[in-house]
Design a binder for this molecule. Sequence first.
Ligand SMILES: Nc1ncnc2c1ncn2[C@@H]1O[C@H](COP(=O)(O)OP(=O)(O)O)[C@@H](O)[C@H]1O
Ligand SMILES: [Mg+2]
Length: 239
Amino acid sequence: MLEAIHLTKKFGELVAVNDLSFKVDENQIFGIAGPNGAGKSTVYNLITGFYPFDGKLLFNGKNIAGKKPHQIAKMGIARTFQVPRTFPSLTVEEALSVGSRFGDGNGFDSEYVDFLLHFLNFEEERSCNTGALDLLGKKKLMMGAALATRPKLLMLDEPMAGSNAHEIQELMDFIRRINEEMGVTIIIIEHFMKVLTELTETLLIIESGAKIASGDPEDVTNDKQVVECYLGDAYASDN
Ligand SMILES: Nc1ncnc2c1ncn2[C@@H]1O[C@H](COP(=O)(O)OP(=O)(O)O)[C@@H](O)[C@H]1O
Ligand SMILES: [Mg+2]
């Protein structure tokens, strides 16, 4: 569904993404991990058309290099951000409606908004201001607003950050339902190894913008280079 071929992004002297190639299959949950500053969020910024880059990005076989963010959204790619971004003065229902308006070009669809309110278990909160939601609620709403654009591919940027064990479990179940029940392909950037090994089918580890390992999450997390350069850190920070 998505193929990055020799993807490279320089900010001045800094090579944020370095000759990175990977493939995401339709309907899979694909994980990306690596230390802070490895270039993970930049990969999302390239895929969503925020910066020009070198190399190729194919989405369903079409090169999306040079396309504008709104064109990419229309093609069916949506994302969330590391820090939840919601419009605090909108109600939950309005926030989902905005996404539905700016989505795949089919316009506002109140039935789909109702479906999302139900899917998110937000029926009671539909008229609440989004600013009144707790962190878990804000995260679910941000994913809901992304889903409102009817994406084929949803890219999540560290969705578990700042969450406790119970919230992590709830978000994991939710992400699995988005994948299985809505048929949305998912890329997830995450630090929690438990989340990556339980949720993803393929895991890509990057460091300094370059691939250091990829494949089955169990194999990748046992890779000597990965353990040395990354997992020591991640395990330490989980405690
Ligand atoms: N717009 C930008 N201008 C300059 N440098 C940037 C920009 N965006 C990211 N970077 C740099 O690129 C590197 C990768 O950043 P990022 O993709 O955010 O890492 P990660 O998400 O893996 O923590 C970092 O060194 C960061 O400072
Ligand atoms: Mg990041």
